[in-house]
Ligand binder design. Sequence first.
Ligand SMILES: Cc1ncc(COP(=O)(O)O)c(C=O)c1O
Length: 376
Amino acid sequence: MKYNMVDLVGQYKKIKPEVDEAILKIMDDASFIGGPSVKSFQKNLEEYLGVKHVIPCANGTDALQVALMALGLEPGDEVITTSFTFIATAEVIALLKLTPVLVDVDPDTFNIDPKAVEKAITSKTKAIIPVHLFGQCVDMYALKQIAKEHNLFIVEDTAQAISAKYICPENGEKKMAGAIGDIGCTSFFPSKNLGAFGDGGAIFTNDDELAEKMRVVVNHGMTVRYYHDYVGVNSRLDSMQAAVLDIKLRHLDEYSDARLKAANYYNNAFANNPMIQTPVTADFTTHVFHQYTLVLNDVDREGLMKHLADKGIASAVYYPVPLHMQKAYLDPRYKEGDFPVTENLSKSVISLPIHTELTEEIQKVITDAFLEYVNK
Ligand SMILES: Cc1ncc(COP(=O)(O)O)c(C=O)c1O
């Protein structure tokens, strides 16, 4: 028996008739690009997130790039982001010749620390990219106060947290991750909480002007056919992906509940073990567990991963190398030791299988094997 990080086949089987019919219809109509499924998904996602505008695009990396392109930033402008994230967040900053400014994270939530953000602000800072890592929201209230005071844009990277809710500490109002800052960006990579059958992404905003500009930028900067007012990109969500996503969107809350239930099972199994720090959910957010990530204390991580693998159980390390230690991003501004929380997490985190198809029987196999090694 194999216990993978995700079970996309199991999830597909439950919605197969609907999905197959929708895909076959697109093939019959040959409406591969910009067909009605794209518009339908866009509208349904706008409603789900409570935002005025959703701009579908080709992937989450493009979503971030297009968001930054729309803000009219100049080369050399600084964009603050977390040192503990997937590379795409910093990649787009660098690609646009903006300057990524990295800051450390909170040791409990692994999310960007607003106090560290404030300290990193200079006269060149123009934007902040908080990443709602592993499925829970960043402390957006604190971040929005800082952004307001310093006149900065906030572009949320919610590739891992679609459907997570942020609870405003001031008035208890709930907002969807990605619908809090100026622009939200997400990914529909197949293993994401809302995953397509290929690549996909979307950008969200309540700002009419930014929405208009981003709609043009994703389409070669074209305002009227063959008239290009901006330098743009070609970034489309194709009709088949939109059709799949539209169907899965109807199940997204159920998917999030299943992930939370699985996370709770793990939390109970690993509770009160001094060798294991279970995930901490901040009180201003729900958690949709894109990843279930533990911090190991004095456990040989490689040995543990091998022990699990020998029993057919997958595990993964997100992320083994902090951004400032990545070869392509080495920079004289940063050195080893600058981001101690991130550096410690890179050495001590481990993620276990989490998905919508986990059963208690499977989780028992995983937790028994895990504890057998940790408690030996
Ligand atoms: C935090 C984060 N940002 C951005 C991306 C990029 O998304 P995509 O792979 O769709 O380009 C990912 C995807 O893994 C991600 O996890």
